[in-house]
Design a protein around this ligand. Structure first.
Ligand code: UFG
Length: 326
């Protein structure tokens, strides 16, 4: 019989891509999503869907028991760094209280395999050229803190009821599935590659380069952009690892290569063939200068083999998905 995996936030961007990979790999999937930032259109047709809030511990545990779930992948969260600065309580409530609710549901339902989405934002301005899992954490915004606190809670829970976890610290996730079914749909984009896609398609008049005075070669922020399909594959590997009895672990997810904002903008101009306007503006509060992942551990322990480490493929899939929305 197929094993069932419960995916919170399965109607979201990374969640929907991961659901597709799980189903492809022979799992059954149960999605719990309240569609607050997710979309019905991103719910995989072969998944079982519950429109429910992760804060509703008793309902979620009922679903876990009824569906006989073997493991949980917890995506549902708020993810916008600037918003976390103006509305921190939303982030501590959704992200940190949210994980407590899901863990309580796991405890009630005796589920011990848990994959958790964390973020490179836990490193803040790490200072290191390449960031490994042992680089000290030092968040510089409430979003990063909300995820760091959640990581600790996930780890501590192991002693309480034997939960084994894989925690992923994502760097900058971008692009869309190559079949263009699953990508970023949000109407109020804040992520660079989505904004640049919208600018290419004239869905916005122009975009801003937020900060040109960072200590980086061209003065703009540097990030490690990872294609959402490669990241989703890592989640399937993690769940298989836990179901095989693997012990709790933590992994950075990125390609180990950084691109500046200017480089990303130029790449999007190249793949779209549109010379859209990118105006230089001030820094965004809470932004780090440079975040690049060392993913050696993910490759060696989970045998992760990234296939789409190419900024042009990332920009092109994001652009084509954006076009498919109009
Ligand atoms: N940027 C612009 N113009 C924009 C939007 C962004 O220049 O219109 C710049 C930002 O200043 C930053 C870079 O593009 O230098 C990337 O910004 P994003 O908003 O795309 O992503 P962030 O790095 O702020 O955050 C993302 C995720 C977080 C994660 C982080 C890890 O949203 O969850 O990557 O690197 F923690």
């Amino acid at each position: 019989m197929k094993q069932k995996i419960l995916v919170t936030g399965g109607a979201g961007y990374i969640g929907s891509n991961t659901v597709a990979k799980l189903i492809n790999q022979g799992f059954q999937v149960v999605i719990v999503d309240d569609l607050s930032t997710g979309f019905k259109e991103l719910v995989h047709p072969d998944a079982i869907f519950y429109n429910a809030e992760i804060a509703d511990t008793s309902l979620v545990s009922e679903i876990m028991k009824k569906e006989n779930v073997s493991g949980v992948i917890h995506f549902a969260a708020k993810i916008v760094v600037p918003e976390s600065i103006t509305e921190p309580l939303k982030y501590y409530s959704n992200n940190t209280n949210g994980v407590i609710s899901i863990l309580n549901a796991c405890k009630i339902s005796n589920i011990q395999n848990f994959v958790f989405s964390s973020t490179a934002a836990v490193y803040g301005n790490a200072g290191a050229d390449i960031i490994s899992e042992s680089t000290p954490t030092c968040p510089i915004n409430p979003y990063g803190f909300s995820k760091l606190f959640s990581e600790q809670i996930v780890r501590d829970t192991e002693l309480e009821f034997g939960l084994r976890s894989v925690v992923f610290r994502y760097f900058n996730v971008a692009g869309a599935s190559r079949d263009l079914k699953f990508g970023q749909r949000t109407k109020t984009a804040t992520h660079l590659i989505k904004i640049a896609s919208e600018a290419s398609l004239k869905k916005r008049d122009k975009m801003f380069i937020t900060g040109t005075d960072y200590q980086t070669p061209d003065g703009t922020g540097i990030r490690d952009y990872i294609h959402v399909e490669d990241l989703s594959n890592a989640h399937v590997l993690a769940m298989k690892y836990l179901l095989d009895g693997g012990s709790s672990d933590l992994f950075n997810c990125g390609y180990g290569q950084g691109f500046s904002v200017r480089e990303v903008v130029n790449c999007m101009k190249k793949v779209s063939g549109v010379n859209f306007e990118a105006t230089e503006g001030p820094r965004r509060p809470g932004d780090a200068a440079k975040l690049i992942a060392d993913s050696t551990h993910l490759k060696s322990k989970l045998n992760w083999k990234p296939e789409l480490n190419d900024l042009e493929i990332i920009c092109k899939t994001a652009l084509d998905f954006e076009r498919s929305l109009s």
